[in-house]
Design a protein around this ligand. Sequence first.
Ligand code: TPU
Ligand code: MG
Length: 560
Amino acid sequence: MDTVGSYLATRLAQIGLKHHFVVPGDYNLALLDQLLLNKDMQQVNCANELNCAFAAEGYARAKGAAACVVTFSVGAFSAFDGIGGAYAENLPVILISGSPNTNDAGDFHLLHHTLGTHDFHYQIEMAKRITSAAVSIQRAEDAPRLIDQAIRAALLAKKPAYIEIPSNLAGAACAPPGPISAVIDPEPSDAASLAAAVDSAAAFLAKKLKPMLLAGPKLRAAGAEAAFLALAEAIGCSVAVMPGAKSFFPEQHKQFVGVYWGEVSTLGANTIVDWSDGILCAGTVFTDYSTVGWTAQPAGANVLIADPDHVSLPGADFSRVRLADFLSALAKKVKRNDATMVEYARLRPDRPQVPTADPKAKLNRKEIARQIQGIMTGHTTLLLETGDSWFNGIETSLPDGARFEIEMQWGHIGWSVPASFGYAVGSPNRKIVVMVGDGSFQMTAQEVSQMVRHNLPVLLFLINNHGYTIEVEIHDGPYNNIKNWDYGALIEAFNAGEGHAKGYRATNGGELAEAITKAATNTKGPTLIECVIDRDDCTRELIRWGHQVAAANSRPPRKA
Ligand code: TPU
Ligand code: MG
């Protein structure tokens, strides 16, 4: 026989997890003991549950799925924020919470860490809104069915799931796991719907004089990057990506025409999107942010939307069509049409050449971006935090193999610190580079100490512009000022005599270059380089984007 906890551990290992992230608490301690018995997985502690959920979120970006284990209410409520992020960002993070002993409800006990009422159901009710499946195991014999159901739902939907395990059931006996295919095998497309969707899409594209492709953030979740590339090459047309899909199409590919983000696009992607008469949007998500305050949203008769399990085009809709199946089948049916590439050859702006700054001149963001560009390799994963880091980093040209992570849908400042920790645990052979603002860093800074604990050489560029600059551009006020910290000293304080974290402070280009050189030699721990710039040194793109988003946010209410 298995136990509920060992069953869960086996399933997590079987879906490819080598780690799970935890914060202990008395409702989950017996469960953590059971998970530790599984030698295929390591248990990784986090400093708090918000960071724990974001660490799992980052791990899921690297490995495809993740799990985090927290205690009841005091832990789970914090984790919900990161789980909401995983939902928004289409990442299957399994949240596991310890919960009250199964006898307590019937005994009408009041319990610690709860709301102080006899109701212990509120947590699963809350979890249901931010997961694809939420289960509570109240009898050990139900565990195999409910655990499989929750994990499968998460993997299929690429959304989180929630599993609640009472403190007295983690070690209780249950049946051993059956074949894992029952959990992981994908749902096939409906064959007839797929064929009809492909026929309609091929006809749609054949009628267009200037077709092109646009990749969106859901493309990776749908496992459709390779199929998208095949379709692009079959048509030979221009390919733009949304900010949340950067790196989902190789940027060194000759058909890559930049990041499409309305007027703040890179490489003139918007000029070709605006010129095209037939845009196949794969996995796109159009929000106020990604459409630059609703000023740039492909829609109408020129647009075909291919979602992870649905295709819609003018006058037709097809359900149960898996995106990868659709794109691969379509690639075999389309005609070559490179009109958008011919036009793009005329429109293509030169890549901005940023001159090297005088090494003694005051540091500015352009010089920071230039130097970060210089360290990008095919092994780099660049994580961009919410703030001007988005705009500074989005222009980075990614060498083949480089990956890029951004949390634009949820947009929780502070995400990048725990997420890069989780990502580094999941992908120890990649070079993890983070661009994070001072305000964001202050939200989750303590998770750097886990990078120290695990000797992870994450490289953090902390852009210290003395406040919440992105907010200044959207809507300014005294609330956008923050307390300055000595960031380099803080990082080294995490060592406490037993770590290898290094902190540097750069106020000019020369100091930055020197810090980057030293960081390259620190292979046993994180390096933080505080880059000090003026409060008003921000990108033109942030200002333009900020104005449009502010205008969208402040639309007056409609008259009744
Ligand atoms: O480059 P910069 O100065 O814009 O970045 P920094 O310093 O990280 O400041 C970010 C400021 C910011 C806030 C306060 N961006 N968005 N917000 C709103 C916000 C508040 N709370 C959470 C959890 N997430 C948010 N995005
Ligand atoms: Mg700032």
